[in-house]
Design a binder for this molecule. Structure first.
Ligand code: ATP
Length: 210
């Protein structure tokens, strides 16, 4: 079974995430895309992040009705700092073919991730790129330690020595960020059409980001 893993803080999940996952799911014929909110994201100040329960609830509301999408509470159940490699190793045991969805900005910093070299042995990557956005191209997009293990297959795909692949995939990247949504709510501006209606209602009812 081919599954996607979409990790993130999702504080909150927004239409940018959803549209990207929809396009990738379709293009790569993924049977499932698991949205995996990080319990304690290693790269963000944990003190400023909404409760995991709220972030997970918003993901569940956002994906309702989409049969390809699932929410995973794996990182909540595991507790502690949420390292993607741990989640990937678990998913890899369950499913044969695992594809990790990641924005190009996040991929550019992959060498700051815990055990980043190991990631390439356990998952394929789908790096989501928007048109005209690439700063680095070809093998230069990989950290030095990984570059020597990668073989370009064409302009958009690379094979790691492990047999796992890295794909660059153009998506309609909507210019929406969770940061902007939190700021808008804080200054009492509308977030309509940036998040699904159910997420907007949840944020209002719970008084998040005030
Ligand atoms: P923040 O503004 O709080 O940093 P964010 O909107 O970037 O949050 P995250 O939860 O940190 O959202 O991102 C999870 C993943 O989604 C990352 O791989 C990121 O690159 C990707 N992503 C974020 N925004 C978009 C978007 N508009 N379109 C496609 N992918 C996105």
């Amino acid at each position: 079974m081919r599954v996607g893993i979409f990790g993130g803080t999702f504080d909150p999940v927004h239409n940018g995430h959803l549209r990207a996952a929809e396009e990738i799911g379709e293009s790569f014929s993924l049977e499932k895309v698991y949205f995996v909110p990080a319990y304690i994201p290693p790269h963000k100040n944990a003190g400023n992040i909404s409760a995991m329960g709220d972030r997970l609830a918003m993901v569940r509301l956002a994906i309702k009705g989409n049969r390809r999408f699932s929410a995973s509470d794996a990182e909540l159940r595991r507790g502690g700092i949420s390292y993607s490699i741990d989640t990937i190793e678990i998913m890899e045991k369950r499913f044969k073919d695992v594809y990790y969805l990641i924005g190009v900005d996040a991929f550019d910093e992959i060498d700051t991730w815990h055990r980043y070299e190991d990631l390439f042995y356990h998952t394929n990557f789908i790096v989501m790129v928007r048109p005209n956005h690439r700063k680095k191209s070809g093998l230069t997009m990989f950290p030095k330690n990984v570059r020597k293990q990668m073989t370009p297959l064409n302009d958009y795909s690379f094979q790691h020595n492990s047999g796992r692949q890295v794909y660059l995939q153009l998506i309609t990247q909507l210019d929406i960020s969770a940061t902007r949504i939190r700021t808008s709510v804080g200054s009492r501006k509308s977030i309509r059409y940036l998040v699904p209606p159910a997420v907007e209602t949840y944020i209002k009812e719970k008084g998040l980001y005030q």
